[in-house]
Write a protein that binds this ligand. Structure first.
Ligand code: COA
Length: 332
């Protein structure tokens, strides 16, 4: 156990927008094909927020589901952490908007930006609060409206991303269950290969955005691909080592969903069965920080997870950042 109190997931929730954008829809927007996207990424469709709908709406629904599943009232939450790179506004933060929407009057609230690794970082932070006794119940919501920062004229990126929200309620669990170990890291010197400017544009930022859009994602896909393939397997190994466990002990891997070929590379490096690497990429695309908690909630809905199962959650993304969590499942 890391600290005085063992910390585990008490409830999960998720919410995706209703609107689907298929590869065939994208064929009408940019020069691409369903075949190319499916072969190179594994994605068939993604969900996108309707215009005028705040991402906080998805976050609220996901949060309410997670609280209902955990049997927890909003008033008993001590802390809300929202992992996001696409908040509706910088202030109020997404976490404060969620707090207001659900009426969690006793909670502190802040946003955390670690891009696609945001959920892993947020779990790690939440666990420190709970393990030390600073908080008893924490809501982590990972929510993204990536369609709002997508350059719909750039075929190299617009086929990849989707919108969605996933949430978990964390609290004290039996010793020996819950989060066993976490690891997080960053490679800021490689930050330039995945960018989304906010209030300052460099010359490079302008050069790589020939369509004149300022707040859009730009990515050197092959650089990120190489980084992801390497760090995904390494991070799983490192977090298991910290927990004094090995790949053979794992029941499931819940990876960040960016590209099916990245998952296949990790599978080969780890020699772990593909059918135990959870993926919903085909129907959601890359939802950045929201990918892992949405997958977790789907797995709970499908009754795939048993109490006592050992899971590795693992992510990489903008920053660049990476991280993993080893968790002994504690929900019935
Ligand atoms: N449709 C058709 N052709 C496309 C295309 C699309 N949507 N996107 C790119 N292409 C073309 C390129 O223009 C290039 O053509 P060229 O050789 O004539 O220049 C060709 O396909 C190959 O491009 P490349 O970028 O080498 O493809 P790839 O196999 O590396 O796949 C990504 C590109 C983006 C799918 C892949 O690099 C990737 O998934 N990277 C990691 C992304 C990621 O994880 N991002 C999130 C981090 S959290």
């Amino acid at each position: 156990m890391n600290g005085r109190f063992a910390t585990g997931i008490l409830g999960t929730g998720s919410c995706l927008p209703d609107k689907r954008l298929t590869n065939h829809d994208l064929e009408k927007i940019v020069e691409t094909s369903d075949e190319w996207i499916l072969q190179r990424t594994g994605i068939r469709e993604r969900r996108v927020l309707e215009e005028g709908v705040p991402a906080a709406e998805l976050a609220e629904t996901a949060a309410r589901k997670a609280m209902a599943r955990a049997g927890i009232e909003p008033g008993s939450l001590d802390l809300i952490i929202a992992a996001t790179i696409t908040p509706d506004s910088l202030t109020p933060s997404m976490a404060c908007s969620i707090q207001a929407r659900i009426g969690a009057v006793n909670a502190s609230a802040f946003d955390l930006n670690a891009a696609c690794t945001g959920f892993i970082y947020a779990l790690h932070v939440a666990q420190q609060y709970i393990a030390t006794g600073a908080a008893a119940q924490v809501l982590v919501v990972a929510v993204e409206g990536l369609s709002r920062v997508t350059d719909w004229q750039d075929r190299k990126t617009c086929v990849l991303f989707g919108d969605g929200a996933g949430a978990v309620v964390l609290g004290r669990v039996e010793d020996g269950t819950g989060v066993l170990a976490s690891m997080t890291g960053a490679a800021g010197e490689q930050g330039g290969c995945l960018t989304l400017p906010a209030f300052h544009m460099t010359d490079t930022d302008r050069e790589v955005r020939p369509h004149g859009k300022t707040q859009t994602i730009w990515m050197d896909g092959s650089e990120v691909f190489a980084f992801a393939s390497r760090t995904m397997a390494d991070s799983v190994r490192k977090v298991l080592e910290k927990a004094e466990l090995s790949v053979e002990d794992l029941d499931w891997i819940f990876p960040h969903q960016a590209n099916m070929r990245i998952l296949q590379n990790a599978q080969k490096r780890l020699k772990f069965p593909m059918d135990r690497i959870y993926s919903n990429l085909e129907f959601t695309g890359n939802m950045s920080s929201a990918s892992i908690p949405v997958c977790l909630d789907e797995a709970v809905e499908k009754s795939l997870l048993k109490k006592g199962d050992l899971l590795a959650l693992v992510a990489f993304g903008g920053g660049l950042t990476y991280g993993a969590t080893a968790i002994r499942w504690s929900m019935d």
